[in-house]
Design a protein around this ligand. Structure first.
Ligand code: PLP
Ligand code: ZN
Length: 397
């Protein structure tokens, strides 16, 4: 395996045992817990100047802080997305600045590419021939794209309610697509049955592979560097399984521990009130969520009723002095339209939970008037332009 110098292996978040990344490929061999890539931070000698001297061209420019070197990465130069100033939104929310991290500008149009470049690199390094996952849609599309680039066969299980673009592009990338009637959990059952029948399929599913949240932590590195090393006060994130949130919180602590910054941002989980297990657990002071019995939201990317990593998400929210907020689908879709009309920026329906959540947090007085608030736009608006357009039509526009 080709790994970076400081990468020491995978540590279980439950039993805290560390494993060699060559042998341990997915969940903890001892207890089944989530594995987290671990580094010898004393080995990492990186200054702000070192990073600034590199071209802003891909998330792999932070390779010292990733498990694999850039030369080994299955990459399409993902990441290095723009951080766009939103003065009108800042005015409306009564904060100093609103910055829009535009992950829609990734190869397949969402931040899932940061997770899949790392996960598919690991699959290739482990000698996999086939990769598999179930997904609400975007992760499946992304996995099919990166598998194609690595000459691997992908097996993608999507629920019938996944968007047309997702399904179509899995086919276009040559993936083996199975559409399962229902929601993400139904697709998950079909995926699990298929995995049982194919020992040689390598999972690239959320928090089953240790590498998806690892890839996504680079969003935080970029935000800080793009903001001239000023750590923003708040990051609002549309939360489903919490992969990006957990990753960004880890990234923030790494920058601080390496002495590149002094503090970490407050992390906020934004969900739809039609499926808000993380918000409910946060509000009730719990350490783990309860399964959301009847998930019902148009925001497919965050319709995750049973987020297995909720203890890590809740830790990140509390440790960073952040919070959690749920808003209705109606508010979320209104927010996507408002951002498109006020700032020109295109937000996917799911992603707009971040904007709608930030507005709600602002109304509750959660932000100060000189705060810098980052909205994570996890995906491109044109992934679900049909949803946004129908919303306008429902209002007679
Ligand atoms: C997957 C997805 C999310 C949720 O991501 P998690 O890290 O699993 O919480 C949010 N927005 C979009 C567009 C997604 O595809
Ligand atoms: Zn363990």
């Amino acid at each position: 395996m080709e790994t970076t110098d400081a990468f020491v292996g995978l540590t279980c978040v439950d039993c805290e045992e560390t494993f060699d990344a060559e042998q341990a490929t997915h969940r903890c061999p001892d207890c089944g817990g989530i594995l987290d890539p671990d580094y010898d931070y004393d080995e990492i000698d990186l200054s702000r100047e070192d990073l600034e001297s590199r071209r802003f061209d891909s998330m792999w420019r932070y390779e010292e802080l990733l498990p694999f070197p850039r030369s080994a990465a299955v990459s399409m130069d993902e990441g290095a997305t723009q951080l766009v100033e939103c003065p009108d939104l800042a005015d409306e929310m009564g904060v100093g600045r609103v910055l829009f991290k535009d992950e829609g500008r990734n190869p397949t149009g969402t931040f899932k590419d940061r997770g899949q470049t790392a996960a598919i690199t690991a699959a290739a390094q482990h000698g996999a021939t086939d990769v598999a996952l179930n997904s609400a849609g975007n992760a499946g599309q992304s996995a099919a794209a990166y598998a194609a680039r690595a000459d691997l066969q992908s097996h993608v299980f999507l629920p019938s309610r996944a968007g047309f673009t997702n399904k179509a592009m899995v086919n276009v990338h040559g993936g083996d697509l199975t559409v399962v009637e229902g929601r993400i959990g139904d697709a998950g059952e079909a995926y699990a049955d298929a995995m049982d029948q194919h020992d040689d399929w390598y999972s690239v599913k959320t928090f089953v592979t240790p590498y998806r949240h690892e890839g996504k932590k680079t969003m935080l590195y970029e935000v800080v560097e793009q903001n001239d090393w000023e750590v923003p006060d708040a990051v609002v994130y549309p939360t489903g399984g919490g992969v990006g949130l957990v990753g960004m919180h880890k990234g923030a602590k790494e920058l601080r521990d390496l002495g590149l910054t002094d503090e970490i941002p407050s992390m906020y989980a934004a969900q739809s009130s039609g499926c808000a297990p993380v918000v409910e657990a946060f509000d009730e002071g719990k350490e783990v969520h309860e399964v959301w019995e009847t998930p019902d939201t148009i925001c497919g990317g965050i319709e995750i009723p049973d987020p297995g990593a909720s203890p890590m998400i809740l830790d990140a929210l509390r440790e960073s002095d952040g919070g959690a907020v749920a808003t209705s689908d109606e508010d979320i879709l209104d927010s996507a339209v408002a951002v498109a009309q006020k700032e020109g920026l295109e937000m996917g329906a799911t992603c707009a939970a971040a904007a709608s959540g930030a507005w709600e947090l602002a109304r509750r007085g959660e932000f100060d008037d000189d705060d810098t608030v980052v909205l994570l736009n996890t995906g491109a608006g044109n992934k679900d332009d049909d949803v946004l357009r129908s919303h306008l039509m429902s209002k007679g526009v």
